[in-house]
Design a protein around this ligand. Structure first.
Ligand code: ARG
Length: 570
């Protein structure tokens, strides 16, 4: 059990014993050292419910609260808070255990098959900044789920099907079909030219439409061109993933086209389930639980009048596949918040049709990345920013910073550091804010060596490492002893790692982990100033080195879960 779970359990039992059964204990880490290490905040509400004096109730709770071996001091504060000062030996034991455990003392939950679907760009164009958040957040979630022992299935649900591909393959035939790689070197440019041609020439537009029909009909010649296009486009994506250090490869691509053959079956099954109605020739699922502005039940089209299928139809098919074939327990869709309604409707349809069984389906939404002007991030001229260019700019900016800081390092070494710092900064700037809010992309703040940033944390890690370089041999099994306040505060925070990581498993918010790592780095520097490590001796020196070792492991593990590299020197 985590410390939070342990105290909550004991606090609930105590509330139970004083007649406030079921009242939430509301246990939290204390917000200030004066309030102890943890606080029970639920007594006031319980008192209200029982119509009694909160401080009196707190006294009664305190009398029955059993935290033997966990807390060394309990006190009532303010209107009825209960402050808990953790027992030093208990804390030391917990830290000691974390040091020797591969999972830093986190008790692994029941193993489940969890899919994280993320990135999922449309292949008709090059990846742009709009795909950055899904890629970064999704990858971090996949890392956390694996760390917690789940069987993680990564999925890249790329948009590789639909009418645009008719236009693009037709254009590819017209222009250098012999060297697709060259023609598609700049996908943006290729798309733009194809679109101009499509709009200008009715003859070309007809050919493009004919290609769509042939593509969907399985015409081998057109399919081959389409495949070539998809290959090149995926290679562009792969360059982004490699630069970002994101765990997506070709084996995770399961695009929209993969579901093509199943789409008529989906319509049949929905008909069989009695969920389809016809509306003006289109096949529609009417959902009473979703209302239009004028309070009518909303309809979700799954097949158009002309026989064509839609985005939702493909997603329904994907759910059938993920349930029946992959046997997943949980699917996380890391997709822009603007698609919220799509997912809620999708999940509702699949539940009603029985396509998902008890597989848990969750949309993990996120807000928009904004420029300094508070509008969606664009180039100076208002165009979309290519993701690969943005990432290269991050590396270049970091290189300039590192070179200014450390001009004597070899260039290769500076490039290596710049890559870790630049990419780390971009990821951390995103992950450290609540994912549901929009956030402002700003080079200066994200690359700063001060404040809650990746460079600050990476630098903090190198500082801990440097202690070990100077320390020489030490006893890695030495007992941890917590005497100074700075030692204890650091230990309390280190002992919260399991709570922080397990919270992500349920709510999929990553900014809490960022805030936590920042707190660890700050508490470590306070400890480092207040408690000499290398100058102390014997058991004390060994104990402090143990705390430093756990700090290093916590920072390294935490940053790794976020997909951020650490360095030994910077
Ligand atoms: N390709 C879509 C887009 O770029 C995102 C796909 C999200 N995933 C899904 N299963 N619908 O907007």
């Amino acid at each position: 059990m985590t410390i939070l779970q342990l105290i909550s359990q004991r606090a609930s039992a105590a509330l139970d014993a004083v007649g406030a059964a079921g009242a939430p204990a509301h246990v939290q880490p204390a917000s200030k050292p004066e309030f102890g290490d943890y606080q029970i905040n639920g007594v006031m509400a319980a008192a209200k419910q029982l119509r009694c004096n909160p401080r009196e109730l707190a006294t009664k709770v305190l009398a029955v609260l059993d935290l033997a071996g966990i807390a060394e001091k309990l006190e009532i504060a303010g209107p009825g808070f209960i402050n808990i000062h953790l027992d030093r030996q208990f804390l030391a034991d917990k830290c000691q255990l974390a040091l020797t455990d591969a999972h830093l003392g986190v008790e692994l939950p029941t193993r489940r098959r969890v899919m994280v679907e993320y990135s999922s760009p449309n292949l008709a164009k090059e990846m742009h900044v709009g795909h950055l958040r899904s890629t970064i957040i999704g990858d971090a979630l996949a890392r956390v789920m694996s760390f917690l022992g789940h069987e993680v299935v990564r999925a890249n649900h790329v948009g590789d099907w639909g009418t645009q591909f008719g236009m693009l393959t037709a254009f590819l035939v017209e222009n250098h079909q012999d060297d697709a790689g060259l023609a598609l070197n700049d996908l943006e440019d290729f798309y733009r030219k194809a679109k101009i041609r499509f709009d200008e020439s009715p003859e070309f537009a007809d050919r493009a439409r004919d290609y769509v029909v042939r593509l969907q009909g399985g015409d081998e010649q057109v399919l081959q061109l389409w495949r070539r296009f998809v290959e090149v486009s995926l290679a562009h994506c792969q360059a982004v993933y490699t630069t970002l250090g994101v765990g997506l490869g070709r084996e995770h691509v399961h695009g929209e086209s993969a579901y093509n053959d199943d789409l008529p079956v989906v319509v049949e099954e929905l008909t069989r389930a009695g969920l389809l109605t016809e509306n003006d020739g289109a096949k529609v699922v009417v959902l009473e639980e979703f209302r239009t502005q004028d309070d009518k039940a909303m309809g979700v089209i799954v097949q158009k009048k002309d026989g064509g299928y839609l985005y939702t139809t493909t997603d329904i098919s994907a759910i059938r596949y993920r349930h029946a074939t992959l046997g997943l327990d949980r699917v996380l869709y890391v997709v822009d918040a603007r698609q919220s309604q799509h997912f809620q409707q999708l999940f509702t349809i699949c539940r009603k049709a029985g396509f998902a069984g008890d597989m848990q389906l969750q949309h993990i939404p996120f807000g928009t990345m904004m420029g300094d002007d508070g509008k969606p991030f664009k180039t100076r001229s208002g165009g979309t920013v290519k993701l690969i260019e943005l990432l290269h700019e991050a590396e270049e900016r970091a290189f300039a910073l590192v070179s200014a800081k450390n001009p004597d390092l070899e260039e290769g070494e500076r490039r290596h550091i710049a890559h870790a710092v630049g990419i780390g900064a971009v990821k951390y700037a995103d992950l450290s804010k609540s994912r549901v809010s929009d956030y402002i992309f700003n080079w200066e703040t994200m690359l700063s060596f001060e404040g809650n940033t990746a460079p600050y944390l990476q630098y903090a890690f190198t500082r801990v490492q440097s202690v070990f370089r100077k320390a020489g041999d030490y006893d890695a099994a030495a007992p941890i002893v917590l005497e100074e306040a700075a030692e204890k505060q650091l230990a309390v925070a280190l002992a919260q790692f399991d709570d922080v990581v397990l919270a992500i498993e349920s709510d999929c918010y990553l900014h809490g982990l960022c805030q936590y790592l920042y707190q660890i780095a700050t508490l470590f520097s306070r400890f480092y100033e207040a408690c000499p490590i290398l100058k102390s001796e014997g058991a004390l020196r060994a104990s402090r080195l143990q705390l430093a070792a756990l700090t290093a492991r916590t920072l390294r593990t935490g940053l790794d879960l976020l997909g951020i590299e650490v360095l030994d020197t910077m």
